[in-house]
Write a protein that binds this ligand. Structure first.
Ligand SMILES: NC(=O)c1ccc[n+]([C@@H]2O[C@H](COP(=O)([O-])OP(=O)(O)OC[C@H]3O[C@@H](n4cnc5c(N)ncnc54)[C@H](OP(=O)(O)O)[C@@H]3O)[C@@H](O)[C@H]2O)c1
Length: 396
C-alpha cells in the first residue's frame, strides 16, 4: 500500500482519536498532514508532538496564540475558526480527509474537501442529512469518493464492492432497537429520562442515546443511505437486530444477501476507509463465530417508533425536509434532556414542525427559498435552523 497523506478534522473526538490509533499502529502507511479541534487544545498539542502535522486548526485566536507559544521553534502553521478550517482543508494536499467533526459545524469543511476532489472518510452524519444531494453532486463533479465511516453505511459499502447498482433489490439497515425494543406501547407513557438514557448495547453521548431510544437515529441513517448509495427510500429497509453484530446488508435481485459482520469497534470501519482497497491487520479483539450463538432479526414495531417513520417521510419529501427535521430534533431532544417535555411529546412536536414546513412551502407570505430548494450549504444550515426555531417555539 502506498503511503497516504491524511487530514483529520475533529482529531480530538472519538472518531479522530480512533483514526490516530490506527495511524499509530501503521506508521508506514500514513502521514498526518493536518489536524483540527475546537476546544481541547491541550490534547491537540499532544497529537502535534506525536504525529507532526504541517498545519492545525483550533477554535479561537486565543487558542492559536497559546499553541504558537508551545511550538514556536517548529515548522507548523496554525489557523483558527471556521475560516481556518476551510483553509486547512482546502489548501493541504492530501489523499484522504477524515470528516470527524460533530454536528452542522462539519458541513463547510467537508464540502471544501469535496470541492477540491479529495476522498472523504465521512463520519459527520449532518453532512448527508442536511445536504446529501449537494455533497454527492459535487463529489461526482470533482471525482471525490465518499467512504462512509458510520458502521451501518460502511457495512453496506463493503457489501456493494464488486457489484452492480442495478442488481440491488434492497439495502437493509440493522438497528439495535434501543432500550424500548421490548417495551409494550401501552407502557410508553411511563418512560422516564433515565429509562431512555439506559441503552442496552452502547454507552454513547446523551443526544445520540435519545435518538436511539426514539429510533430517530435510524431514520437519519435512512436519509444518509439514500444519498450515499443513490438509492430510492423505498428500497431501504430497517430491521431490528439486537446483537449489533451484523452491521447491515444488501439484498440482491437473485436472492443473495451480502452482509458485513464484526464486533462493534469503530476502528474496523475507519481502517477500511483509510486503507481502501487494502485491509489492515488491526490489533483488536477478533470475533469468534462459534461463540456468537444465535443472531436475531425482527421487524420494527412502527407504532412504537413514529420518529423513524417521520424521518422516512422527510427523506421522501426531500428538499429542505431532512434538514428541518434534523434541526427540530436537536431542539426537541435538548428539551427532553432538560426534562421540559415527556418522551411521547418528542414525536408530536416533530410532526407539527413537518406540517408547518408543508404549510410554509404553500404559503405566499414568509417565502423562504431555502424551504423549497437546498442549493447551497447556507440553505441547508438555514433550513436546519428554521426547524430548530419552529420546534423551540412549540416547546415554549
Ligand atoms: N463516535 C462514534 O462511534 C461515531 C460513529 C458513527 C458516526 N459518528 C459521527 O461522527 C461525528 C463525530 O463523532 P464523535 O463521536 O467523534 O464526536 P466527538 O467525540 O464529540 O468529537 C467531535 C470533534 O469535533 C470537534 N468539534 C466540535 N464542535 C466543533 C465546531 N463547532 N467546530 C469545529 N470542530 C468542532 C471536537 O473538538 P473538541 O474536542 O476540541 O471540542 C472534536 O474533535 C458525529 O457526527 C457522529 O454522529 C460517530
Amino acid at each position: 500500500m502506498t503511503k497516504k497523506r491524511l487530514t483529520i478534522l475533529g482529531s480530538t473526538g472519538s472518531i479522530g482519536t480512533s483514526t490516530l490509533d490506527i495511524v499509530r499502529q501503521f506508521p508506514n502507511h500514513f502521514d498526518v498532514c493536518a489536524l483540527s479541534c475546537h476546544s481541547r487544545v491541550q490534547q491537540l498539542a499532544e497529537q502535534i508532538r506525536e504525529f507532526h502535522p504541517d498545519i492545525v486548526c483550533v477554535g479561537s485566536e486565543e487558542q492559536a496564540d497559546w499553541l504558537q507559544k508551545q511550538f514556536a521553534a517548529k515548522d507548523l502553521t496554525i489557523v483558527y475558526g471556521d475560516e481556518g478550517l476551510i483553509q486547512l482543508t482546502a489548501e493541504t494536499k492530501v489523499d484522504l480527509v477524515v470528516a470527524g467533526i460533530v454536528g452542522s459545524a462539519g458541513l463547510r469543511s467537508t464540502y471544501a474537501a469535496i470541492e477540491r476532489g479529495y476522498d472523504i472518510a465521512l463520519a459527520n452524519k449532518e453532512t448527508m442529512v442536511l445536504s446529501g444531494e449537494l455533497m454527492v453532486t459535487k463529489a461526482q463533479e470533482t471525482g471525490s469518493t465518499i467512504f462512509p465511516v458510520d458502521s451501518e453505511h460502511n457495512a453496506i459499502f463493503q457489501s456493494l464492492v464488486g457489484h452492480q447498482q442495478s442488481d440491488i433489490e434492497k439495502i437493509i439497515l440493522t438497528a439495535s432497537g434501543g432500550p424500548f425494543r421490548d417495551t409494550p406501547l401501552s407502557q410508553f407513557h411511563q418512560i422516564t429520562l433515565q429509562d431512555a438514557l439506559n441503552h442496552p448495547n452502547w454507552n454513547m453521548g446523551n443526544k445520540i442515546t435519545i435518538d436511539s431510544a426514539t429510533m430517530m437515529n435510524k431514520g437519519l441513517e435512512v436519509i444518509e443511505a439514500r444519498w450515499l448509495f443513490d438509492i430510492p427510500v423505498s428500497q431501504i429497509e430497517v430491521v431490528i437486530h439486537r446483537e449489533s453484530i451484523v452491521h447491515s446488508l444488501v439484498e440482491y435481485t437473485d436472492g443473495s444477501f451480502i452482509a458485513q459482520l464484526g464486533l462493534p469497534d469503530m476502528r474496523i470501519p475507519i481502517a477500511f476507509c483509510l486503507a481502501y482497497p487494502a485491509r489492515l491487520p488491526l490489533r483488536s479483539e477478533k470475533m469468534k463465530m462459534a461463540e456468537l450463538g444465535k443472531l436475531h432479526f425482527e421487524p420494527v414495531v412502527w407504532e412504537k417508533f413514529p420518529c423513524l417513520e417521520m424521518a422516512i417521510s422527510a427523506a421522501n419529501l426531500g428538499g429542505a425536509a431532512p434538514a428541518v427535521l434534523n434541526g427540530a430534533n436537536e431542539a426537541v431532544v435538548a428539551a427532553y434532556l432538560e426534562e421540559r417535555i415527556h418522551f411521547l411529546e418528542i414525536a408530536g412536536i416533530l410532526k407539527k414542525v413537518l406540517e408547518q414546513l408543508c404549510l410554509s412551502q404553500k404559503s405566499q407570505e414568509n417565502h423562504y427559498p431555502f424551504l423549497h430548494h437546498i442549493q447551497t450549504i447556507d440553505d441547508a444550515l438555514k433550513a436546519d435552523n428554521w426547524g430548530r426555531l419552529e420546534a423551540q417555539s412549540l416547546i415554549n
